[in-house]
Design a protein around this ligand. Structure first.
Ligand SMILES: [Fe+2]
Ligand SMILES: [Fe+2]
Length: 286
């Protein structure tokens, strides 16, 4: 089994220090094999914000992979934004904007979907080179390798919001993801935690690709949801997504979703809320 921690939208420069410390403590306790960070490390792409993000990631003392988000591109410094939008990201976080890691039973590919042009700034985009990279990195792997792709921008809208803007060229990218047997997509940007199957929204996709969206892990800019991250356990033909949420003193389990793969399709086995567990424990005591 492999355990991934999926954290997103840290937004250093606009974080709650108690939440940052509690997140580090929770990650140390849960001991993931890999931490995946799906962009928006900073609030305004400033050097001191990147420095704080890098210090946080290095202090975790776990292997990690990162891609940038739209907030990691300077907005107001137009020269930097259009001449070299990822200069600060590269110098403080890392030079590889589309990182790949083969862990044996699990392979993980990150794609930088953040763009500086106004037309693509909000929803980002997957370009043709990145579709080739999906095929080059993942297409050669055995069918039983669990393949994960992470981006900042989402491929699946939140429940009840089918009109939410998705990453640009999602349909073409999904064709590459489908043909290479990708099982799981991780993203952020919307600051909302949910999971599902792309087949429920994209009618062009003929086999299951699961999605786990993460809320913001540490930012004070919340959208009616607490800070949270995803802890993902991957076993053969089996996936468990634990949402761990900030409850005012620490991160605790708030929702667990279990999936099983049969043939080309993932089936949801169970969904359980931490609140329901607490209620059951209380009921057991009375
Ligand atoms: Fe964000
Ligand atoms: Fe974003």
């Amino acid at each position: 089994m492999k355990r991934l921690a999926h954290i997103s939208d840290l937004h250093f420069g606009r974080t709650d220090a108690r939440v940052v410390a509690a997140l580090a403590a929770d990650l140390e306790r849960e001991a993931p094999d890999l931490v995946v960070i799906s962009g928006d490390l900073t609030q305004r792409a400033r050097p001191r914000q990147f420095r704080a993000a890098k210090a946080f990631l290095d202090a975790l003392a776990r292997p990690y992979m990162v891609v940038p988000g739209n907030h990691d591109i300077p907005v107001y410094n137009l020269l930097a934004r259009f001449s070299d939008p990822f200069r600060n990201y590269r110098s403080f976080i890392g030079a590889d904007l589309n990182p790949f890691r083969d862990m044996g039973e699990v392979a993980v590919l990150g794609l930088n979907t953040a763009r500086s042009l106004i037309v693509d700034f909000a929803e980002g985009r997957v370009n043709r080179r990145q579709m080739d990279r999906i095929r080059a990195c993942l297409g050669r792997l055995d069918a039983d390798v669990f393949k994960v792709v992470f981006t900042h921008h989402p491929f699946l809208p939140p429940p009840g919001k089918p009109g939410e803007r998705l990453v640009g060229r999602a349909r073409q990218a999904l064709a590459a993801l489908e043909s290479t047997g990708v099982d799981l997509l991780l993203a952020g940007h919307l600051h909302r935690a949910y999971s599902g199957d792309v087949m429920t929204h994209h009618t062009t996709v003929a086999r299951s690709i699961l999605v786990a969206q993460a809320s913001t892990a540490t930012s004070t800019r919340l959208r009616d949801e607490p800070n949270a991250y995803n802890l993902i356990d991957i076993a053969p033909q089996h996936l468990t997504i634990h949402v761990r949420s900030w409850e005012g003193a620490r991160f605790t389990g708030s929702l667990t979703t279990e999936w099983e793969k049969r043939g080309d399709f993932w089936h949801k086995l169970a969904e359980d809320t931490g609140l329901a567990d607490a209620d059951r424990r209380l009921a057991g005591r009375s």
